[in-house]
Design a protein around this ligand. Structure first.
Ligand SMILES: NC(=O)c1ccc[n+]([C@@H]2O[C@H](COP(=O)([O-])OP(=O)(O)OC[C@H]3O[C@@H](n4cnc5c(N)ncnc54)[C@H](OP(=O)(O)O)[C@@H]3O)[C@@H](O)[C@H]2O)c1
Length: 335
C-alpha cells in the first residue's frame, strides 16, 4: 500500500534540510505544486517519480486524490502548501488567477522561490516578478513546451527565465520535469521563448501538413513520406544554427540558394499543389515572404534575409502594446 504523507510531514522534511539550498541534495528536495489541472498533475507526478517529496493543493480537493495515492502529501490549505516547501510551483489558467491566489499568502512565500508555469505574456511575467521581489520571494517564470504527455521525460522541454543563481539552486528539482533550460535572467524571456517556440513549431507543422497533403494526393504512402521527411529535418535544423548566425551578423551569403532561386521553387510548389487539388495557402505565404525579400533588394541574398522584412514589419505594425514583442537588451526586436 502506498504511504500517504501530509503537509506537516513535508514541512518536517524541509526543516531537516536546514539551511541547505534546495536542490543540492537531488531527489530529496521538497516541492509544492499548486493547481492540479492537466499540466499541474503531470508536474507533480514527475517530481514524485524523481523522488522529491511533493506537497499538492488544488481548489477542488478531489483532484489531489490520485496524486496522494501515488505518494504526494495533501496540504490542508493553500498556505500550508506554500509553507511545506522552499520551491513552490504554480500552474493555473492565467496570471490573474495566480496573483489572486498568491497575494494573500505572500507572507508564507517570503524567502521561498515561486516557479510560475502558467502561460502568459512577457508583461505578465515582469509584473509578477516585480511583485515577488517586493515581497522577498524568489521568482522564476517558466513555460512547458511539450504538452503534458512527455512531462518527466528528457525530451520534454521546459524554459525558465529569472536570476541564474535561483535557477541553479533548483536545477535538480526542475530537471525532474524534463529538459529544463534557463533562458536568461529576465523572467520575461520565458513567455518570449514560449510564444516564439510555439510559432516555430507551428511553422514547421504547417509546412508538414501541406506537404503530406500534397504527397498523399499524388499517391505517396503517408507513413513512408513521414519517415523520409523526419529524416530530412536534420538538414533543416542545421540551417537554423547557421542562419541564426547570419541574422545576428546581418550578412546573408547565398550558399543555401538565393532568394530568387527559392522563390522560383516556391512557384513550382504552388503550381504542383494546385494541379494536385491541394490548397496553396501555405506555399503562397512562403512565396510572399520570398517575394518581399526580393522586392527589398535581397534577390541575390541567402533566404535568411526574409527576416529583414519581418523586422521592418514588427517596427511599423499597429500592434497593441501588450502584443508587441519585447525589445532585448540591445533594444532590438527578437526574431
Ligand atoms: N495542458 C497543456 O497541455 C499545457 C501545456 C503547456 C502549458 N499549459 C499551461 O498551463 C496552465 C494550466 O493549464 P492546464 O491545462 O493544467 O489547465 P486546466 O487543466 O484547466 O487546470 C486549471 C487548474 O487551475 C485551477 N484553477 C482555475 N481557476 C482557479 C481559481 N480561481 N482558483 C484556484 N484554482 C483555479 C483549476 O482548479 P479546479 O480543479 O478547482 O478547477 C485547475 O487545477 C495554463 O496556463 C496553460 O496554458 C498547459
Amino acid at each position: 500500500m502506498t504511504q500517504q504523507r501530509t503537509a506537516p510531514e513535508a514541512s518536517a522534511a524541509q526543516g531537516a534540510a536546514g539551511g541547505r539550498e534546495p536542490g543540492e541534495d537531488a531527489g530529496t528536495a521538497t516541492v509544492s505544486v499548486i493547481g492540479l489541472g492537466q499540466l499541474g498533475t503531470r508536474l507533480a507526478q514527475a517530481f514524485l517519480a524523481a523522488g522529491h517529496p511533493t506537497t499538492v493543493w488544488n481548489r477542488t480537493p478531489a483532484k489531489a486524490d490520485a496524486l496522494v495515492a501515488q505518494g504526494a502529501a495533501r496540504a490542508a490549505g493553500l498556505e500550508a502548501a506554500v509553507a511545506a516547501s522552499p520551491l513552490v510551483v504554480v500552474c493555473l489558467p492565467d496570471y490573474a488567477t495566480v496573483r489572486g491566489l498568491v497575494e494573500p499568502v505572500a507572507g508564507a512565500l517570503r524567502g521561498r522561490v515561486l516557479v510560475n508555469l502558467t502561460s502568459g505574456t512577457p508583461q505578465d511575467a515582469t509584473k509578477t516578478a516585480h511583485w515577488a521581489a517586493g515581497h522577498g520571494i524568489g521568482y522564476l517564470d517558466g513555460a512547458a513546451m511539450s504538452g503534458t504527455r512527455l512531462v518527466g521525460r528528457p525530451d520534454a522541454l521546459f524554459v525558465f527565465g529569472g536570476p541564474a543563481g535561483v535557477f541553479a539552486a533548483h536545477r535538480e528539482v526542475l530537471g525532474a520535469l524534463g529538459n529544463s533550460v534557463h533562458v536568461g535572467d529576465d523572467p520575461a524571456q520565458a513567455p518570449v521563448y514560449d510564444t516564439a517556440l510555439f510559432g516555430a513549431a507551428w511553422g514547421a507543422l504547417a509546412g508538414f501538413y501541406h506537404s503530406i497533403a500534397l504527397a498523399g494526393a499524388a499517391g505517396a504512402d503517408l507513413r513512408t513520406y513521414a519517415e523520409v521527411v523526419t529524416g530530412h529535418m536534420g538538414f533543416v535544423t542545421s540551417l537554423m544554427a547557421d542562419h541564426a548566425r547570419q541574422i545576428e551578423e546581418g550578412r546573408y551569403p547565398s550558399d543555401d540558394g538565393t532568394v530568387e532561386v527559392h522563390r522560383a521553387a516556391m512557384d513550382h510548389l504552388v503550381h504542383t499543389s494546385r494541379a494536385g487539388g491541394v490548397g496553396t495557402e501555405v506555399p503562397e505565404l512562403f512565396g510572399a515572404l520570398l517575394a518581399g525579400a526580393e522586392g527589398a533588394g535581397h534577390g541575390g541574398s541567402g533566404i535568411a534575409s526574409v527576416v529583414e522584412g519581418m523586422r521592418a514589419g514588427a517596427d511599423t505594425a499597429t500592434t497593441t502594446p501588450a502584443a508587441a514583442p519585447a525589445p532585448n537588451a540591445k533594444g532590438r526586436r527578437h526574431v
